[in-house]
Each structure stands twice: as structure tokens, then as C-alpha cells.
Design a protein around this ligand. Sequence first.
Ligand code: MF3
Ligand code: CO
Length: 249
Amino acid sequence: MITIKSQHALELMAHAGRVLAEMFVQIGEIIKPDLATIEIDSWIDSYLRRHNLLSSMRGYMGYKHVSCISLNDEVVHGVPSKQVTLKAGDLVKIDVCASYKGYCADMARAFIVSHAKPEIARFISCAQAALDAGIAQVKAGERLGSVSAAIQKEVEKNGFGVVREFAGHGIGKSMHEDPEILNYGTSGVGPIMRSGMAFAIEPMITMGDYKVYVTPDKWTVKTIDSSLAMHVEDTVIVTDQGPKIITRI
Ligand code: MF3
Ligand code: CO
């Protein structure tokens, strides 16, 4: 069942989203070579506490951290570690989900340590454009398949791959609610979007083959061909006028 949120619930979600959006601006400023991913996670942990947000990730299926930090060919769910340090040229995806007074927002952004080669910059831009294209389809009365199809079209026209095994999701009191929001599909099919629904939309794309696997740590998702992967995510509220993105300033 896809829940319709009350105005009060949507305001609390929007507050959580704004805190995350502001946090990610600062994350962009602390990313630098030699930083361990566990240090980024600790920084996020203290930021969330200072802003009265509760991590939705810590404790989820035994997960011990407040963020997922995925480098290069890691797609999503990379586990912060003191052994993993950033180096120039790394493509770093950081995903954080947290709640304010019980209501969640989910957000992921990508960063390049130091500066990006043009081909990587184009890959990053494509994932961001795919996210925007998907969000642009969010409107009361439209069908969810149009979001999925718009994402797929944007990715494939650039020659990149869409990961099939993972998807976006409804969000609210829980990090993961119905429906599942695939990053590929057919326009005009699927559930009808209604005002007051909230979705976490999160294209996961690859430079090469879209096939992925879960590593022995049971979390980290990597591309099978070791090609680079991208992931960005926003939380969006459906309104009669269109999308309201709560994880952007
Ligand atoms: N925020 C992720 C998502 O978009 C979930 C991460 S799994 C966790 O669905 F265990 F790390 F929380
Ligand atoms: Co998500």
C-alpha cells in the first residue's frame, strides 16, 4: 500500500530533507585525499545528532553505520571503514537516510576527490540528469512507470547501463515503503501517483555492463565488470502541481 501523508508528516519529512541537503554541502567541503570513509561516517553521525535527526540506517538489518559510502566500481551500500581512504580521482557516492520526529528523508550525492576526468564528469552528469528526468515525471494523476522510463531513457541515450537489482522506494515513517521505483520501465504504466505520496528516487548506473553482485561483506554492491558506478538520490513529495524535492535547498 502506498501511504498518503498528512501535511504535518510532510513538513517533518521536509525538515529532515533540508537538514540533509545542507549537510551534503558541507560534506563536499570536507572530502579530500587521505580521509578514511569511517571518518566521513563519524562526521555525519555528529552532524545528525546536532540537528536532532535519527539515522534510519544504523540498526537496519544489523547495519552499524549512519551512511553508505561507495567508491568507484561500488554501486551502493559501501560500508564505511578505517581501512578505506580517499585518493585523488576517486568517485565517492554517499547515501544518508535519517528521520526528524519519526519522519524520514533519504539522499545520496556523488563527489570526485580532487578533480574529474571529462569522461567521468560526463558520467556523473548523466546520473544527475537521469534523476532530474525521473523527478520531472512526478505529478498527481500520472503513473509511476513514467518516472522509471524517463530515468532509463536518459541513461541509455548516453550509452550507460541501468542497474536492475536495486530500486528507489516509497518513504515516510519508514526508510523503505511501497512502492518499489525501478530505474527502468514503461511510460504510462504502474500505480497512479497521488498528492501526499513521497518517493525516494535513486538511479544507479554503470559505465559498462549493468550487472552487479554483493561482496562477501554482505552489503557492498559492485559492478561485475569493475566499471565505474554512479548513484544519486532525492526524496520527493507528489503534489497536484508536480514534484516537491525536499532534499534540495
Ligand atoms: N538509503 C539506502 C536506500 O536508498 C538504504 C541503505 S541500506 C542501509 O535505500 F542499511 F545502509 F541502511
Ligand atoms: Co533510498
